[in-house]
Design a protein around this ligand. Structure first.
Ligand code: ZN
Length: 312
């Protein structure tokens, strides 16, 4: 379950939300002045009559204005693509705040014809009204974030073999460049709750979505830093080499461990790494591997871990 903010139905707005779930767009029409009102309210926004009733409309309209938000408006909206925030003017004359989908940035033009897209955003069936170009073949999308498929065992491909005795080859692994991204993993509230139980850290900012939404600084619950750190084991980072010729390999701990940014419940995370240093120490050869975990689409890491691996 994501912790993106969800619409809260009121008695007045319920027909609109229920309509979306049933595949209909319902707007209030005033029988006194024959004009349309949006968002739902008790009185006509033109003549203040209370003679308003919901009627189904097609949702066709034109793009009134838009903006491309490259910095997410809330951490929960971070993703690989920028948010295409828009105002659409329906043919009935009302304007709707929305998000454009199924369009490339270059294809978006103010004044273009648009049509509605039903976006399913939650397991409970909540549907939000999004829009796309009138020419785009898109009616419905599923935006519920699901656990990505676990990566299949990699084909036996030739990774670079580096013998522990070859100093020059070992030093050539040290790099400023990070590896490609690992597979992605969904950190949901159920996983956070399990970790809270296991660790005994059930501080409300992790486990109480209601309170975290109202009182917390992040608009919802966040994962424990320690949880995200251990998820390293589920994120397969392909460093492109394999050390050979050792008898024992030990995880010796961490040289630096930081949690620079939060992982909101419902986030997808992924990881990448690089070899920071390799040196001979008394007990063997010590490699410092910088592993960074990010929320997908976020530039700032959620975890920086300079892992020390000792080869003997
Ligand atoms: Zn009216």
């Amino acid at each position: 379950m994501s912790n993106k903010p969800m619409p809260i139905q009121t008695a007045i707005s319920a027909p609109f939300w229920d309509g979306l779930k049933a595949g209909k767009i319902l707007l209030q029409h005033c029988s006194a002045c024959a004009k349309w009102t949006f968002y739902p309210r008790r009185h006509c926004s033109h003549c203040l009559s209370d003679q308003v009733e919901f009627r189904e409309v097609t949702g066709a309209g034109t793009l009134y204005t838009y903006t491309v938000a490259r910095i997410p408006t809330l951490p929960e909206f971070a993703g690989p693509d920028p948010q295409l925030l828009a105002v659409v003017e329906l043919d009935e004359g009302v304007r709707v705040n929305t998000t454009l989908v199924g369009l490339k940035e270059d294809d978006i033009k103010i004044g273009m014809r648009v049509k509605p897209v039903r976006a399913r955003v939650s397991e409970d069936g909540t549907v939000l009204l999004r829009f796309t170009g009138a020419h785009v073949d898109l009616v419905e999308i599923d935006e519920v974030v699901k656990q990505p498929e676990a990566p299949v065992a990699a084909d036996v491909k030739s990774v670079r073999q580096v013998p522990l005795t070859d100093d020059a080859a070992l030093q050539s692994l040290v790099s400023e460049e990070f590896s490609p991204w690992s597979n992605q993993l969904l950190v949901d509230q159920a996983m956070i709750n399990q970790f809270a139980e296991l660790s005994g850290d059930n501080y409300w900012i992790h486990t109480d979505p209601e309170r975290a939404r109202k009182e917390g600084p992040f608009g919802g619950t966040i994962a424990h830093g320690a949880l995200v750190q251990v998820l390293t084991s589920k994120l397969n980072v392909d460093l492109g080499f394999e050390i050979t010729g050792f008898t024992n390999m030990v995880n010796y701990g961490s040289q630096r461990l930081r949690f620079p940014s939060p992982v909101p419940a419902g986030s997808l995370i992924h990881s990448r790494g690089r070899v920071k240093s390799i040196e001979k120490v008394r007990s063997g050869t010590q490699m410092v591997l910088e592993l960074n975990i990010h929320v997908v689409g976020q530039e700032r890491p959620a975890v920086i871990n300079d892992l020390i691996i000792l080869y003997m």
